[in-house]
Design a protein around this ligand. Structure first.
Ligand code: ARG
Length: 475
């Protein structure tokens, strides 16, 4: 007979390479708090339902507390032979307390147990990520206030387009991350479902009380179908989608910070604390953090694609393929956590070269649309106004001028509609000031966005603290 916990029907031990390949303890040990809390709730429910004795349940709880303390202190010896966190804890418990421990797995399977642990682990980590996401939102909002008068060129096709407030640009990222937070909230709601009680796949012959476990473990709902409870990995895919989109947003910001900090642009300077040097070129100051976050986005996409692919052909219910669900998700959590944390620090400490971003606008045609709008407001159809300004730009390029260099005479020859007030219209500050449309770059519109930002942050904080409070029982 095999020594394994499931060894009854086996005549020999598992081959060493099969055992090593099968084991998930190296990564699922991070769910020990969830595993132990789940087992405590299960034992209590079994006793309350008269399935095991109160005395056994008491022994199980005490035994699990001792194991948790050992793991907390780094003194627990995890064994590959015991495959995963679930069997490592259960075997040790049984070694410690005997038959009571061996009764813990009544009306439970590793299938609903590992699903339960992962649901709780995700909920706990969503609270941690929410904190970091909020800190980054705060950094973006405060940068938008600190540099509230800074104007920089806005681009389309990476060509100078129209001037915008730096604050407006930061608040654009704020808005993206605000949607990311909402995606995380949707994901939390989907994850807030207890799978325990589904057992292997079909439910159980015991008179269990899943509602009691749901309440003890602070879940909002219970899976209504036992096959679904043990087979669902949608909540992880949803999390990875959130993570991939959020990383994509950070990657876009990275790209901008990288070229904004080049000698060619010199729009910002990242703090030394978030920069690195070169081993050979003494003058170098490299934006490694931004590049690394841009790079890490690839592996988060990889985890999403990986799990979608793992799941696409799986028949119901549990298949061992599903053990592949964890590493990519854990990796995405770790890297996104770092990325959000680093970004908040980087934004709080960077310097924006506002005089330079303003100065470069003296030498381009970012005010051309304002010139066309000026003519259109005087009655010229916009398309015709566009053509006049197009000619003006062409003329300026040939004569090494910008629009504000044109004399009244030159302007009049382009269109008789031009009067002295065109000079005010073309001033870069006015190009920004005059864009007070809803969501536009005008200072009043930006102030409105900032006020909205304050409100959003307060709401996010409330959500995050409710999540953390709900998982605080894990210790
Ligand atoms: N370590 C496994 C996993 O991560 C636990 C579930 C194993 N269940 C089973 N029937 N072999 O998926």
């Amino acid at each position: 007979m095999s020594e394994m916990m499931w060894g009854g029907r086996f005549t020999k031990a598992e081959e060493k390479n099969a055992l090593d390949f099968n084991a998930s303890i190296s990564f699922d040990c991070r769910m020990y708090k969830e595993d132990i809390a789940g087992s405590m709730a299960h034992a209590a429910m079994l006793a309350n339902q008269g399935i095991i004795s109160k005395e056994d349940s008491q022994k199980i709880t005490e035994g699990l507390k001792k194991i948790k303390k050992e793991i907390d202190e780094g003194k627990f010896d995890f064994s590959i032979e015991l495959e995963d966190i679930h069997m490592n804890v259960e075997k040790r418990l049984t070694d410690d307390i005997g038959d009571a421990g061996a009764r813990l797995h009544t009306a439970r399977s590793r299938n609903d147990q590992c699903a339960l642990d992962l649901h709780m682990y995700m909920k706990r980590n969503m609270g941690r990520l929410a904190d970091k996401l909020i800190a980054l939102e705060e950094a973006l909002l405060s940068a938008s206030k600190k540099y509230k008068d800074v104007i920089l060129p806005g681009y389309t096709h990476m060509q100078r387009a129209q001037p915008v407030l730096f604050a407006h640009h930061m608040l654009c990222y704020f808005a993206m991350l605000e949607r990311d937070f909402r995606r995380l909230m949707d994901c939390y709601e989907m994850t807030d479902m207890s799978p325990i009680g589904a057992c292997a796949l079909a439910g159980t012959t015991y008179p269990t009380a899943p509602e009691e476990e749901r309440e003890a473990l602070h879940f909002g709902k219970i899976y209504g179908n036992s096959l679904d409870a043990v087979s669902d990995r949608d909540y992880l895919l949803q999390f990875l989608s959130f993570a991939a989109i959020c990383a994509m947003h950070l990657s876009r910001l990275s790209e901008e910070f990288i070229y904004w900090s080049t000698s060619e642009f010199q729009f910002i300077e990242l703090d030394d604390g978030y920069s690195t040097g070169s081993s050979i070129m003494p003058q170098k100051k490299n934006p490694d953090m931004c590049e690394l976050i841009r790079g890490k986005t690839g592996r988060i996409y990889g985890s999403l694609m990986g799990l979608l692919t793992v799941m696409k052909g799986l028949p119901l219910a549990y298949d061992k393929d599903m053990q592949e669900d964890k590493e990519g998700v854990f990796d995405a959590i770790d890297n996104l956590y770092f990325a959000l944390d680093i970004y908040a620090g980087m934004i709080n400490t960077m310097t924006v070269n506002g005089s330079h971003t303003r100065e470069v606008l003296e030498h381009d045609f970012s005010n051309a649309t304002d010139m066309a709008d000026y003519l259109a407001k005087k009655g010229l159809p916009f398309r015709k106004a566009h053509a006049v300004v197009g000619n003006a730009v062409h003329y300026c390029i040939e004569h090494h001028k910008v629009l504000l260099d044109l004399s009244m005479e030159e302007l009049k020859s382009l269109s008789p509609l031009f009067e002295e007030d065109i000079l005010e219209t073309l001033k870069i500050e006015n190009c920004v000031k005059n864009r007070e449309s809803y969501g536009g770059t005008g200072p009043k519109s930006v102030a409105r966005q900032q006020a909205h930002g304050e409100k959003v942050i307060a709401e996010m904080k409330e959500t995050a603290s409710a999540w953390k409070e709900s998982m605080a029982f894990l210790g």
